[in-house]
Ligand binder design. Structure first.
Ligand code: 13P
Ligand code: SF4
Length: 369
């Protein structure tokens, strides 16, 4: 049984909920817990979910933590509710083909995932047939089925370092790819590294990160992805002014940023990495008391919980897709076992192979822990 008393205390003391707010949501939390126990269901929640969802979940984490938790589920676990965006729910299903996986709102998409499709990857593959193509986890299962491996924000450096090939192409998030290739620097000097930049004037554009030169491949109009580039509509909005403003008010000890931010922002941050890396940094740097974090606003929840005595600041930006999930549709999802994630049998095995390749290339570990 979940300790609802401790959830209520955390909501009030760590997450600054008011008493009436907590009273209003308590019956929903009780009902979620009751049905979860009755069905032996498992709730997985991303760190960008509202704090009560993160607290009631069996596991809250970044995408790699959730992938690892999904991989550990056993025969005793029933329905899986993935309180995440859709590509993460697909990832959970890929790792649990025999379980019923549901998501509270199927419209919980992702601007990075919408910026890449299978036709684009196939077109790149035709031109660069020797290259290793690595997709960020923020892609559809169909895209995953076309690439050689996937990576997450927590293990991208390890995946890129360990994957074989004289040429490596990263897609779809241009900023993420630039930040990861940039961090690897010398470790990649003998290889040609290309970051997917998007579709520009009817061409797929890749950037050779060592000299900034462009390489173009033409693409049919009908084959283009939904969005012309695959960047994060939350992280790409942060500007250097956000950081200067906080710093000019004084007292910021450290700036933490997610690798989906623009490289110009990454250059101003002290730490660029996922949650694990942020937490690890703060654990080993007790002098950092006033922390500016440049990532989705709900990341405040795990950070404040890990370090309740420190002060966290952010130019708060929420992901509208992540926010499609709430306690009402989570409860509906759990009670009525909707909306079920189904995989196309034609792409399922290929997508699973790329996901498993990620675990092989990282020895099944989380490099941020
Ligand atoms: P994480 O891998 O850090 O969970 O990132 C996923 C994501 O969508 C961040 O915007
Ligand atoms: Fe996608 Fe950005 Fe939302 Fe993450 S924060 S799910 S990358 S749109």
């Amino acid at each position: 049984m979940t300790n609802l008393g401790s959830i209520k205390t955390k909501l009030l003391s760590v997450h600054r909920y008011t008493e009436p707010e907590v009273e209003r949501i308590t019956p929903k939390l009780e009902e979620i817990d009751r049905i979860r126990n009755e069905k032996r269901a498992v709730i997985l929640a991303h760190y960008y979910q509202i704090p009560p969802i993160q607290l009631i979940a069996d596991k809250a984490g970044d995408s790699l933590t959730l992938a690892m938790a999904a991989r550990e589920l056993g025969p005793g676990d029933g329905l899986v509710v993935s309180s995440t965006v859709y590509f993460m729910a697909e990832m959970v299903k890929l790792l649990n083909p025999d379980k019923k996986v549901v998501i509270p709102d199927v419209a919980a998409s992702c601007s990075i995932a919408e910026g890449m499709n299978a036709q684009t990857v196939r077109r790149i593959r035709e031109t660069y047939n020797d290259a290793a193509i690595v997709a960020y986890i923020n892609t559809t299962a169909e895209v995953k089925s076309e690439v050689d491996a996937v990576c997450t924000s927590a293990n991208a450096e390890t995946v890129i370092k360990n994957i074989k090939g004289n040429q490596v192409i990263m897609l779809p998030d241009y900023f993420f790819s630039k930040n990861i290739f940039g961090k690897l620097g010398k470790a990649l000097q003998d290889r040609k590294c290309l970051a997917y930049r998007g579709i520009e004037r009817g061409n797929i554009v890749l950037e050779n990160v060592s000299n900034g030169s462009e390489e173009k491949i033409s693409i049919e109009e009908a084959a283009k992805p939904i969005l012309p580039d695959g960047t994060c509509m939350v992280h790409n909005k942060f500007t250097p002014i956000d950081i200067y403003e906080y710093k000019s008010r004084g007292n910021i000890d450290v700036v933490l940023a997610h690798p989906e931010v623009r490289p110009s922002i990454a250059a101003l941050a002290d730490v660029v990495g996922g949650t694990g890396k942020m937490i690890q940094y703060l654990r080993t740097n007790p002098q950092a008391k006033k922390i500016l974090f440049i990532t989705e606003c709900d990341m405040a929840a795990p950070l404040r919980e890990a370090f309740p005595e420190r002060d966290f600041f952010t130019p708060c930006r929420f992901c509208d897709y992540m926010r499609k999930n709430n306690l009402d549709n989570l409860l509906n999802s759990l009670r009525n076992e909707v909306h079920e994630v189904k995989l196309d049998p034609k792409i399922e095995a290929g997508a699973r192979r790329s996901l498993e390749r990620m675990f092989e290339l990282t020895d099944g570990k989380n490099p941020e822990e």
